[in-house]
Ligand binder design. Structure first.
Ligand SMILES: *Cc1c(COP(=O)(O)O)cnc(C)c1O
Length: 424
């Protein structure tokens, strides 16, 4: 084993340190495997209930009318997440697009969108118009307000009660922290906030941005009252195999509203060819529970490695997990660069390139991204990224397999040690 790691340039000291940390995580990992087992049965049962057949693995082109694979897959998602309906489409380009489709489909001029988990994910700022942008909800006369989370990261119920007003039509909750330094919300906690809003206003649509959260717990926000859950297929639910796509699952009325935005009024979910991706979307969803477990193990390993070396990590090494992201604050641009170099060196694709910060569409600061993925930009695959801004935090996620995630963390540490930024 030592020889194998040596081939990758891992020193004896770094390896010994890593093995010590990994050794202490065995019990924790057994718990993760149990969650994966539960969720595997959930997905498999849904596939059987929906009578997934060989015909579902076929494809359509053009209008895509009566695409049995597409329609059945949408029922599989709905069955798994316990919702009335779902859209699962390669036509949805990414998570931001899925969220925008859900928002535009369910908001009308004069309505107000209320975010109760503070500032939403960076790319949504332009969708909403928090940062002025062409075609935003703001341009269509949809107003926006937000209630920040309390300093301890919990929902500000008094603030939420005060912010609800007759115009409030849709309440948004973001489960994962995204590029911020708050904690990730648990499904149970999200459920209590949903109940609080629905007690006051049962007519409001509550949408949860579920990105990076799928299959981390045994329940999803749709099990605790969310009207819509939305996510990306190049994160957890795509299982690393989906080449593109997003999903929107929830109440039939709200999913249909979204469908008329996804294509156009009148056509909705009836059109949209699957273009050959059905097998990957099915198989990816089938693998998603165990792939998510691998990514979780990587995140917990990273937390424990860097915590022990004195870096601020979020969540900390012991905390219960609600998403697959690990934030490690490295304190300098050099630290972020070294960490990302290590992750890149563990990739199956493009391991020989060096990540550099650049201006990315939808983001305000320069962002550095390490990813050597089979699916471009996939962040269920081993990846690390971070905006180049104080306090220089890198967000690490993914790993289709636990051993590859482990290698990535060890290589990141080796780069840090070699640059004199950490010592073991
Ligand atoms: C990834 C992510 C999104 C959407 O991102 P895309 O890159 O457009 O897929 C939205 N919200 C959160 C919290 C995310 O992590």
């Amino acid at each position: 084993m030592k020889e194998m790691y040596k081939q990758f340039g891992i020193s004896k000291k770094v390896l010994a340190f890593g093995e010590e940390v990994a050794g202490e995580l065995k019990e924790r990992f057994a718990g993760i495997d149990e969650t994966a087992e539960y969720n595997q049965l959930k997905v498999l049962h849904a596939m059987q209930m929906c009578r997934v057949s060989e015909a579902c693995l076929g494809t359509t082109t053009g209008y895509g009318y009566n695409d049995i694979g597409r329609d059945t897959l949408e029922r599989v998602y709905a069955e798994t997440f316990h919702t009335e309906a779902a859209l699962v489409r390669p036509l949805i380009a990414c998570g931001t697009h899925a969220l925008a489709v859900a928002l535009f489909g369910n908001l009308r001029p004069g309505d107000e969108l209320l975010s109760i988990s503070g500032r939403p994910y960076d790319t949504l700022e332009e969708v909403i118009g928090i940062r002025p942008s062409r075609g935003s909800l703001a341009e269509y006369g949809v107003t926006y307000s937000e209630v920040a989370l309390l300093p301890d990261g919990s929902f500000d119920l008094d603030g939420i009660a005060a912010a609800l007003n007759p115009k409030t039509r849709l309440v948004a909750i973001q489960r994962s922290k995204g590029y911020s330094s708050r904690r990730t919300l648990s499904v149970a906690e999200i459920g209590r906030a949903i109940a609080f809003v629905h007690e006051r206003r049962p007519d409001i649509c509550i949408m949860v941005d579920n990105c990076y959260g799928e299959f981390v717990e045994r329940i999803e926000p749709s099990d605790v009252g969310a009207d819509l859950i939305v996510g990306s297929l190049i994160k957890n639910p795509g299982g690393g195999l989906a080449p593109v796509g997003g999903y929107i699952a929830g109440k039939k009325e709200y999913v249909e509203n979204a469908s008329f935005r996804m294509t156009c009024p009148g056509l909705g979910a009836e059109v949209g060819p699957s273009l050959g991706v059905n097998p990957a979307l099915y198989q990816g969803f089938f693998l998603a529970p165990t792939v998510t477990a691998s990514a979780l193990k990587g995140a917990i390993f990273a937390a424990n490695v860097y915590e022990r070396l004195g870096f601020a990590v979020l969540p900390d090494g012991q905390e219960e997990r609600h998403d697959i992201i690990e934030a490690v604050t490295l304190g300098s641009p050099e630290g972020i660069a070294a960490f990302c170099r290590g992750i890149q060196k563990a990739a199956p694709v493009d391991a020989f390139v060096t990540p550099e910060p650049w201006d990315m569409p939808g983001y305000d600061d320069k962002v550095i991204m390490a990813a050597g993925a089979f699916v471009s930009g996939s962040s269920i695959e081993l990846s690390a990224d971070g905006p180049i801004r104080e306090p220089y935090t890198v967000y690490f996620q993914g790993g289709l397999t636990w051993p590859s995630a482990k290698l990535g963390i060890l290589l990141s540490l080796q780069e840090m040690v070699d640059a004199g930024l950490a010592s073991v």
